[in-house]
Design a protein around this ligand. Structure first.
Ligand SMILES: Cc1ncc(C[n+]2csc(CCOP(=O)(O)OP(=O)(O)O)c2C)c(N)n1
Ligand SMILES: [Mg+2]
Length: 571
């Protein structure tokens, strides 16, 4: 407490004692004092990005993978605005992201000084808390609260603005101590009520999702599902919570859901929703369950108090973290000889059927078959490989046909933001260098954050990039053809040679146009990651007719004149 320190040094020391080991940033003049303080803090590694969306996405991906808050540091107006997509994403994905923003000096604030931005107004609707620190001696208090808020209950982003003069001020102030992520736990009464409801049910289904599914929590969930012979479905983009090879796994509940699974959920008499937010994508646009009172009996367990009863008035609401819940479920006395055991076998068979080569590929065999390619990819990757994707129709193939085997192997944005996968994959590789990391993007998706290839090269993040190039914003084209057949505008793309782009960054670049080429190229690309420690990229020349696993351009055009099909929610 005795020593006088600059605000910048106080800040850096608080970050270190909150457990931060990495900081993702694009530097700004406003916080050169912080950069300087980092020189003397070797345990806090700085990763420098090429765009602030990269910093925010990377910090969010780091948080999703490690369970620890991720920290990004950006400069005022322009930097904060560039980072905003990552804050919105962290909000929708419930990620503990701490965004630090260098701010104009307090002496000139509120005059619209150079690059001044009011962070409270900019980030107010998409973060758990936004504050500005106006005194160096209060930095420990604010930083501790930021970590506490971001990591407890339903996790989410916190933004702290740091005026330049506050970072330069000296103060004598005691350190805070490390935050504690606080999560509620279910009571005995709630577990007993859940068991009673399950005992009365005839057609129950478990729906899992959200954060907090550590390996032990997933293991406990598996035990509960096995003991009670329960079908388990995973919410939109949380497919890795349960090993997809497990006989109790019955599919994912998101965009492009298996219609048989959708029917099964609609007709269930009990939905056990554990950790899933029950948002638009997970409820097929709020149709699988009726709002506000679902037709099924519903148990909704969620870490965030405010999520319970937000859309659905569950019969039983449990405010709990997932490890706390799963530990209790694993110990619960199982239901004897449940009457739904046969339904589980049937649900699993429906999932297996949904995994087969889709009918559209038999009717319209493309030169490069996305289904076959994903089978090859799965076979070539280790079980614990991390696979990332952004937004676009290419992700419909991945999400449907690529099975995840272990928790922490899927990084995919529930916010449906394009540009997520490139930085997320790089952050994953930096955080877990021993793992194979694959980034799956569309041509539109990839170019939104392709500048981070330079970051990958700079930090030897040997990620494998797969770019599904169909020369268009395919998701939007599909909607366009549905609503206005044969009237194409705004969705065609002229692309660079993606393989050259990888080579320009020192990496290896390949291009594949036929299914038969893929396996050999994939093997070569994976080998190059190991030997060169630089990114490798495979550009996949895709058939533009094939809009999705269920839609061909020509089919949509033939339907012209008939009523447009019901639109799917946007990716
Ligand atoms: C940041 C952002 N901007 C716009 C959108 C709207 N959007 C959703 S998917 C998509 C097209 C994606 O194109 P591409 O990556 O090439 O994938 P494709 O659909 O062609 O497979 C667009 C523009 C979005 N989801 N996110
Ligand atoms: Mg595309």
């Amino acid at each position: 407490m005795s020593e006088s320190r600059s605000g910048a040094r106080i800040l850096v020391e608080q970050l270190a004692l909150q457990g931060v080991d990495r900081l993702f940033c694009v530097p700004g003049e406003t916080f050169v004092d912080v950069l300087d303080a980092l020189l003397d803090t070797p345990n806090l590694r700085l990763i420098v990005n090429r765009h602030e969306s990269g910093s925010a996405f990377m910090a969010g991906a780091y948080a999703r993978l490690t369970g620890q808050p991720g920290v990004a540091f950006v400069t005022r107006g322009p930097g904060a605005c560039n980072a905003a997509i990552g804050v919105h994403h962290a909000h929708q994905d419930s990620l503990p992201l701490i965004l630090l923003v260098g701010q104009a000096p307090t002496s000139i604030l509120e005059r619209e000084a150079f690059q001044e931005i009011d962070c409270r107004r900019l980030f107010g609707s998409m973060s758990k808390w936004v504050a500005q620190i106006d005194r160096a001696d209060r930095i420990p208090e604010f930083v501790a609260r930021a970590f506490q808020t971001a990591s407890s209950g339903r996790q989410g982003p916190v933004v702290l603005a740091l005026p330049e003069d506050v970072l330069q001020q000296s103060a004598v102030t005691p350190d805070a101590r490390c935050h504690q992520s606080v999560q509620a736990a279910p009571s005995d009464t709630q577990i007993a009520a859940l068991r009673r409801m399950l005992g009365r049910a005839q057609r129950p289904i478990v729906l899992v999702g959200g954060l907090g599914w550590s390996a032990p929590a997933s293991e406990n969930l598996r035990g509960f599902a096995e003991a009670n012979r329960l079908p388990v479905a995973c919410a939109f983009r949380y497919q890795d919570v349960m090993d997809n090879r497990h006989p109790n796994y019955v599919g994912d509940v998101g965009l492009g859901i298996n219609p048989r699974l959708a029917e099964r959920i609609r007709e269930a008499d009990l939905v056990l929703a554990f950790g899933a937010r029950l948002g638009e994508a997970t409820t097929s646009g709020y149709t699988l369950l009726r709002s506000p009172v679902p037709q099924q009996a519903l148990v909704h367990a969620h870490a965030g108090l405010e999520e319970l009863g937000r859309v659905y008035q569950a019969d039983l609401m449990i405010n709990t973290g997932m490890p706390q819940l799963a530990a209790r479920l694993a110990m619960m006395t199982p239901i004897d000889e449940p009457m739904w055991a046969d339904a589980l076998v049937q649900a699993r068979a429906e999932y297996s059927a949904w995994q087969q080569r889709p009918e559209i590929l038999l009717r319209h065999p493309p030169k490069l078959d996305p289904w076959a390619l994903l089978q090859e990819l799965r076979a070539a990757l280790p079980n614990d490989a991390i696979v990332c994707n952004g937004a676009g129709n290419f992700a419909a193939w991945l999400n449907r046909f690529f099975p995840y085997f272990a928790p922490g192997t899927q990084l995919a944005p529930t916010s449906g933001c394009m540009g997520y996968a490139v930085p997320a994959a790089i952050a994953a590789k930096i955080s877990a260098p021993e793992k194979t990391v694959v980034c799956v993007s569309g041509d539109g998706d990839f170019l939104m954050t392709a500048q981070e290839l330079a970051t990958a090269a700079q930090y030897n993040a040997a990620v494998l990039f797969l770019v599904f190039n169909n020369g268009m914003y395919g998701t939007v084209r599909m909607r366009q053809e549905q609503r206005f057949p044969n009237r194409v505008i705004g969705t065609t793309l002229t692309n660079p040679d993606f393989s050259q782009l990888a080579r320009a960054h020192g990496g290896a670049g390949f291009r594949v146009s036929q299914s038969e080429q893929f396996a050999a190229v994939l093997a070569e690309a994976l080998a190059s990651l190991r030997t060169r420690r630089l990114p490798a990229l495979i550009e996949l020349l895709c058939d533009p007719q094939l809009l999705s696993p269920t839609a061909l351009v020509e089919d949509l055009r033939t339907r012209a004149g008939s009523a447009p099909p019901k639109a799917a929610p946007a990716a």
